[in-house]
Design a protein around this ligand. Structure first.
Ligand SMILES: Cc1ncc(C[n+]2csc(CCOP(=O)(O)OP(=O)(O)O)c2C)c(N)n1
Ligand SMILES: [Mg+2]
Length: 332
């Protein structure tokens, strides 16, 4: 008899709704972008949704998340209201960062999501610092610091890992290996293509994970969290995943074949979750249709909210550039 999954019906439905929202939200964004409803860059996470969904289910709400510019799924996974994200994309004052951040800088500190960073690898020392702050304050939070396969070739990544291991900082480095950095394959950037091994020279344990399978992601993060919370220092996970769309909206994808793309489409992480829901009869077709309709309506409402919101006054460009020093965690 097949082994029963340790995950409940509720967990499966939660994963499904959250991942479907990530997907539908971004599919809509790509239409809106082509219609020039907003500008700037747009990098879609489509195909990689299981990584965020599994990370969210295996962590506490007060554990921090930080990532690169492919950053719409992280706040959605944490439950950020998408109307504030849509307004951010539209450059409106009601956006998460008052319209000044845009697609690449989705921050929602109330949900412990710290962006959204455009400099490749820039978030790795920052994430290490977030985790260090928690350690300094004496709580047992961990930080999930995500990055792409391209970011691991940056010096800052290696410096951060060295410090985290030396000081036993509670940070989980999540390398989302989607096989390409823009159009450059992992193989073209280094002899070391097993990215989970990159922490080993700093004594950081690392593992490869099937990043297209939300259960596998959850289990791996759960194990890494246990390690970090118990004071053993950092952990590194290589999520093997794939982005179904181009690097950004202007990418003809000439560096990979149609065959390769189709092969990964068969591994769609949302379809896998849906198949379990159907097989285990966790929801009827009517209930699934209701989830679909709910998501569609929420997205339409978010667009309306964004369109009806005001643009910032021109002078706002000078506001919130510098912050007053405020170090609440420094003890006398
Ligand atoms: C320091 C720096 N160098 C170059 C770039 C240009 N750039 C933007 S995205 C990118 C590729 C990064 O790929 P990866 O880390 O694999 O992340 P993915 O886009 O696949 O999620 C590059 C080189 C940049 N933003 N920052
Ligand atoms: Mg990549």
């Amino acid at each position: 008899m097949a082994k029963k999954s340790k995950f409940s019906k509720e967990q499966y439905l939660k994963w499904y709704e959250s991942m479907l929202m990530m997907r539908k939200f971004e599919e809509k964004l790509s239409q809106l972008y082509i219609q020039r409803k907003f500008g700037g860059f747009l990098h879609l996470y489509i195909g990689q949704e299981a990584v965020v969904a599994g990370a969210v289910s295996a962590t506490r709400d007060d554990d921090k998340m930080i990532t690169a510019y492919r950053c719409h799924a992280h706040p959605i996974g944490r439950g950020t209201d998408i109307k504030y994200m849509m307004a951010e994309l539209f450059g409106k004052t009601t956006g998460l960062s008052k319209g000044k951040g845009g697609s690449m800088h989705m921050f929602d500190v109330s949900k412990h999501v710290y962006g959204g960073h455009g400099i490749v690898g820039g978030q790795v020392p920052l994430g290490t610092g977030l985790a260090y702050a928690d350690m300094y304050k004496g709580n047992d939070c961990v930080t999930l610091c995500s990055m792409g396969d391209g970011a691991v070739r940056q010096g800052a990544f290696h410096e951060a890992l060295n410090l985290a291991a030396t000081w036993k900082i509670p940070v989980i480095y999540i390398i989302e290996n989607n096989k390409y950095a823009m159009g450059t394959s992992v193989e073209r950037t280094s002899n070391v293509t097993d990215l989970y091994k990159l922490g080993l020279s700093y004594d950081i344990p690392g593992e490869p994970v099937d990043g297209m399978d939300v259960e596998a992601v959850h289990n791996a993060i759960e194990k890494a969290v246990k390690h970090c919370r118990s004071g053993k220092g950092p952990y590194l996970l290589e999520m093997e995943t794939y982005r179904f769309k181009g690097h950004s909206m202007s990418d003809p994808r000439k560096y990979r074949t149609k065959d390769e793309e189709e092969q990964y489409q068969e591994d769609d992480p949302i379809l896998k979750v849906l198949n379990v829901i159907k097989k285990e009869k966790y929801a009827t077709q009517k209930q699934l249709d209701a989830i679909d309709a709910r998501i569609k309506k929420e997205i339409e409402d978010a667009i309306q909210f964004a369109e009806e919101s005001p643009f910032p006054e021109p002078g706002a460009i000078y506001e919130e550039i510098y912050a007053e020093p405020n170090y609440p965690f420094i003890k006398d």
